[in-house]
Design a protein around this ligand. Structure first.
Ligand SMILES: [Zn+2]
Length: 441
């Protein structure tokens, strides 16, 4: 296969440019696609696998992807080989860095009381009613300094990187006041600037109604719409607005108010839906959410409406992001029905839902494993859901999620001979190295 593009010599002479060549890759998963938009149906299994593959990047961008023999016989590579950093990936799998499109890293402490109460038999809602749950993380966040909070976020991001994640969506949502939500977003921004990967910040002011607004959801939603969203947008602290739309959280009507305010201020939207109970999602689709997440109790009508969204332009399609780490950690027997979603034509992504209450894991390989064992996704489907479809769920697929010329050179190298081993070796870490913007970390 000829190399599709060659960098100009000037690119390498440019002081900022770094050239990196990965060669002898046992299995190179490009995730390249001939169609635009997120993967759905059978396309979800297409990894664009190249054996004995090579990837060349210059200045942080992928320049070419192909076979090692073609890369090494390329005249530009031959001429510049001594200046190019080379990594021999014999016997390894290389794929795009994971895109973790749903995380809640802005918290200060684990929720160990909830953990033990659940072991003793309490349900999610019983724990929340007894003063645990999301609200019990609020005090810590309100008291924390911005720097301390940023330290917690950065520690999580760094841990994610060690398991192959290079792009992360990070939500606020444990502050639940104007000041504490803005502080959470500032902390996410501070951590993002220290971290080599890419962070998409999300305002989740509507995570739960805070105690001081108990029984006054409308009043709190007005504060999110009239104060938090405008301030976050004005200061460019968030790309998305999220809402927890469920029994015991916010109503679909509140979600629509939030989405309207987000749209008015130029922010994208996404929502937690159908985690604990069924809620109708069709009314939310008219706001073109980038993603609807959880989907445990999604009904046939919801799935049909989401699949129909496939007819939209790729820029407006909605991904269903499944987060089985939460089902696992809550000890639930029931998991999202990934097969029904995939077989119905809904584009599916996978994410950790990293948070202190229901999913304290930073590991995408673990989530892939859960997707295979508990949701009957194939290893190939799980990998596509965790890379290219995760990128679509963040509306970043123009830069992330696949290894194609022009995209960011964000890659994960796994010390396994076969990609199916990534979900197979459960609860270990076979990620050998991570490359972000063409630099090995
Ligand atoms: Zn969540």
């Amino acid at each position: 296969m000829p190399l599709p593009k060659r960098p100009r010599d000037t690119a390498l002479r440019n002081s900022g440019a770094r050239a990196l060549l990965l060669i002898n890759i046992g299995q190179l998963l490009t995730l390249r696609s001939s169609t635009k938009g997120p993967r759905r149906g059978r396309d979800l299994s297409d990894l664009g696998l190249i054996e004995d593959g090579a990837v060349l990047s210059v200045g942080g961008k992928i320049v070419s992807v192909g076979k090692t023999k073609d890369a090494l016989s390329d005249s530009w590579v031959k001429k510049n080989r001594r200046k190019i950093r080379e990594i021999d990936c014999t016997g390894k799998v290389v794929l795009p860095g994971f895109v973790d499109s749903h995380t809640h890293p802005a918290f200060t402490a684990p929720r160990l009381v909830d953990f033990e109460q659940r072991i003793a038999g309490a349900t999610y809602e019983q724990i929340a009613e007894a003063g645990g749950g999301i609200r019990s993380s609020v005090e810590g966040v309100r008291k924390a300094t911005r720097a301390a909070l940023a330290g917690h976020v950065l520690a999580a991001l760094n841990a994610m990187l060690t398991q192959g994640t290079t792009t992360v969506e990070a939500k606020s949502g444990y502050g639940l006041s104007l000041d504490a939500e803005l502080k959470s977003l500032e902390a996410i921004g501070d951590a993002a600037r220290e971290w080599p990967g890419t962070v998409a910040p999300t305002l989740l002011g509507a995570h739960v109604v805070p105690r001081e607004y108990e029984g006054r959801e409308d009043k709190y939603v007005r504060i999110v719409c009239k104060e938090m969203i405008p301030r976050a947008a004005e200061r460019k602290l968030a790309r998305f607005v999220d809402v927890f739309c469920d029994r015991g959280a916010f109503s679909p009507a509140s979600a629509e108010h939030l989405f309207l305010a987000a749209r008015e201020h130029g922010l994208g939207v996404r929502a937690h839906v159908c985690q604990l109970s069924h809620c109708e999602i069709a009314p939310l689709l008219k706001y073109d959410p980038a993603s609807l997440d959880h989907m445990d109790y999604a009904g046939d009508d919801d799935i049909g409406a989401l699949a129909a969204q496939s007819a939209m332009s790729p820029a407006l399609q909605t991904v269903a992001t499944l987060v089985p780490g939460a089902n696992y950690f809550l000890g639930l027997g029931r998991f999202p029905d990934a097969r029904r979603l995939i077989d119905s034509g809904v584009p599916v992504a996978l994410a950790t839902d990293y948070n202190p209450g229901t999913s304290p894991t930073i590991s995408m390989p673990f989530v892939l494993s859960l997707a295979c064992t508990h949701m009957k996704m194939t290893p190939a489907e799980a990998i596509a859901a965790a890379t290219i479809n995760g990128a679509h769920a963040l509306r970043l697929a123009g830069r992330k999620g696949s290894l194609e010329a022009g995209k960011d050179a964000d890659l994960a190298i796994f010390d396994v001979a076969d990609y199916r081993e990534i979900p197979y070796w459960v609860a270990g870490n076979r990620c050998a190295a991570v490359i972000v913007a063409g630099t090995q970390l």
